[in-house]
Ligand binder design. Sequence first.
Ligand code: KG4
Ligand code: ZN
Length: 334
Amino acid sequence: MKDVFIFAIETSCDETSASIIKNGNVEIATVILSQIDIHKEYGGVVPEIASRNHTKAITLVFEECLKKANMTFDDIDFIAVTYGPGLNGALLVGIEAAKALSLATKKPLIKVNHMAGHIYANKFVGTFKFPLLALVVSGGHTELIYMDKEYSFKKIGSTLDDSIGEAYDKVARVIGISYPGGPLMDKLAKKGRHTYNLPAPKDDNSYDFSFSGIKSAVINLVHNEKQKGNGINKENLATSFQETVVGILVKKTKKAIKEYNVKQLLVAGGVSANSALRDALEKLCDELNVELLKPDIKYCTDNAAMIGAAAYYAYLNGQMADFSLDPNPGLDLD
Ligand code: KG4
Ligand code: ZN
């Protein structure tokens, strides 16, 4: 069969990224331009600023990606783009650039769900074995997804309020760590002990999650201690928070693996870079004799390589788009 080369574009949040992927699992070249330093001073991503910076950077990112791959658009078969979920204006920049490219090069357009992209980042580390379960943990989502074939997603549980990434970032902010707080919280947690008793979030028999309660508990704890003139042990608070949230993720994932009798567990999304979560899932999969796929750390957070991998299967699934494609900020996986 002829090789399929996909030029993939990702602009759903604060990374401007392009990638060339062969046959859905071979990375030819990827460029990721992060805007984190720009948004840091605001304590989070400012949508209007994200769109403006995507617009400024996108052509340069495309050019750099082709240069890195030593290819031209003549070598490309398809253009793929993230169309949701994400920030409306940010998505729009990628989508309009993709349409313009498709028009100019006459290469067909594939639309890709950003969360499918996170799951398909695992194509670079192993083969999918169905049925499988994906634990999707990102800045916007916390979901358990069941898949019995390629590019087919059934949501069996999700967060009822904040995502796990949001909880990490807000707790980090209240203890004085700048955005995005997740990676630094992870580092701090390695140095501490579980000394703060925090409420276990939605510790029940459902597959749904809730992280707003533990987030508020941490905020209240920090304020109360401050009022009493006491300090907070940041390391111990980070460990206590991390162990509590990882505990609930692992507990519900374990139940789902057993109930759905899956062959594989995939972890995906920005928070899948978390060392405690990776270790705990490793242990869980060993215990249950289920294979675990986890993305390379560099492809846990947003990037176009994962979009190129997902796009190959989206294409096989008929997910083509025309020039009427619009952003879908609230796009669901199923
Ligand atoms: O998937 P992602 O790049 O963006 C979305 O699609 O939302 O996820 C970003 C989130 C942020 O909340 C960030 O703090 C979190 O992933 N994150 C982490 C770690 N690395 C990134 N959270 C905990 N531990 C980490 N090591
Ligand atoms: Zn993401």
